[in-house]
Design a protein around this ligand. Structure first.
Ligand SMILES: [Zn+2]
Ligand SMILES: [Zn+2]
Length: 412
């Protein structure tokens, strides 16, 4: 019986981890097949005549002029984070700059590090929820699940400068990496206590991890503290700051440090309550992170005119298909349960337009690796009005230099 259970769970894990991500054919191949009159662009008639779905034409025709250019095909490929993608053509909303030499912001500004863009299910190539923001030389995390710490290390994040971890909610895929982030950043030289900021329950989270790592900290100090190398135990202990937002659609300032203000935003991830998003404002630049939430109009108000909105997304039709294909009735039920408290990609795009943000990045991509990703995942997105959006990838960074309107993306 136990062997059967093991086999079922192994098959289930393999189903998620090994399903190949759909790839678009090369741009040149699409043009060769579809541009039958050889004028360098593809009309809708040519698109359909080449056997491509009519409802996907608008997805590719980014400027909505009824003709698809090779640049527009490359733009879609970049949004989907596919290998070999070329960056989209520079536009006032998102100039493309050369990649920065290192993960440190090259000039004053904010930098986002995508250290975990997956969801709770096993997902090769994506860690669980983890976003990092560098502002004024200090590092802040917004959630950290399994795998997030490894990504931060690979990306060369200045973890000794980590000041706080903002927790959106207490689901395991958002908190499982807190212990490693705390302990390893201290080992790397963090000299002041790390603060866990978030909704009711973060005090217990901090206390729990303090208990778990108590002995390790004593061992590390005894073994490695010599000469000028210090391991202050008071810096190793996690602190906590509980944020309360009484109104279900309210906001409150959760953190202020110099020019940085972080506002907690109440979102709706019921039955997980309270659940927060966060807005980072620094010297005129702004980033909003949704956390896990169903489509929640008050978030559009809180995200008004932000430079960058990083929003969770889940395709419910894909999730229900996965539920039907699940190997056990338990797995099937768990997958079906999730459709009530996440946001459809098309609704995240609508919300981003309402908020008038300049760029949207979809994350918490539980479904990356499932059949239908990314084609079905993004199929419902209305391309009617211009909005620069893309799918997050682990290892991607975005720079927002102060004193400019630039949004500089570096793919992994
Ligand atoms: Zn989650
Ligand atoms: Zn959640």
């Amino acid at each position: 019986m136990n062997k059967l259970k093991l086999l079922a769970s192994t098959l289930f894990a393999c189903f998620w981890a090994q399903t190949a991500t759909a790839q678009m054919p090369p741009t040149s191949q699409i043009m060769q097949q579809a541009d039958t009159n050889g004028d360098g662009v593809v009309s809708k008639d040519e698109w359909v005549a080449a056997g491509r779905p009519a409802d996907r034409f608008g997805m590719v025709d980014v400027d909505g002029n009824g003709k698809i250019t090779p640049v527009e095909i490359d733009t879609l490929r970049a949004r989907m984070g596919q290998a070999g993608a070329k960056s989209p053509a520079p536009s006032p909303a998102a100039p493309v700059a050369p990649p920065p030499a290192s993960v440190a912001a090259s000039s004053d500004g904010m930098k986002v590090l995508f250290c975990g863009t997956g969801g709770p299910l096993p997902n090769s190539g994506r860690a669980q929820s983890c976003t990092a923001i560098l502002a004024g030389g200090k590092l802040y995390l917004i959630d950290i699940g399994v795998g997030g710490w490894d990504n931060l290390r690979r990306m060369g994040a200045p973890t000794a400068n980590m000041k706080a971890i903002f927790i959106t909610h207490l689901h395991s895929d958002h908190i499982a990496g807190v212990g490693e982030a705390s302990e390893q950043s201290w080992i790397n030289g963090r000299a002041s206590p790390l603060i866990i900021v978030g909704p009711e329950g973060v005090d217990g989270l901090a206390q729990g991890f303090n208990l778990v790592y108590e002995r390790d900290q004593v061992f590390r100090k005894a073994h490695h503290e010599h000469g000028e190398i210090r391991f202050p135990l008071e810096a190793a202990r996690l602190g906590s700051q509980t944020v309360t937002i009484p109104k279900p659609d309210g906001t409150t300032i959760a953190w202020k440090d110099g020019d940085l203000t972080v506002t907690a935003i109440r979102v709706n991830h019921e039955p997980v309550d309270p659940a927060f998003g966060y807005r980072f404002d620094y010297k005129g630049r702004s980033i909003v992170i949704s956390g896990d939430t169903k489509a929640w109009p008050p978030l559009a108000v809180a995200a008004k005119d932000a430079d960058l909105l990083i929003h969770e997304a889940q395709s419910n039709p894909m999730m229900l298909a996965a539920s039907r294909a699940a190997p056990t009735s338990r797995a099937s039920a768990l997958l079906a349960d999730t459709v009530t408290y996440h946001t459809e990609p098309a609704d995240a795009v609508k919300l981003a337009r309402q908020a008038n943000v300049r760029m949207l990045v979809l994350t918490h991509l539980t479904q990356a690796g499932m059949p239908g990703f990314p084609d079905t995942f993004i199929a419902g997105i209305d391309q009617g009005e211009k909005l620069d959006w893309r799918l997050a990838q682990d290892g991607m960074t975005i720079d927002l230099p102060v004193g400019t309107t630039e949004i500089r993306i570096q793919e992994r």
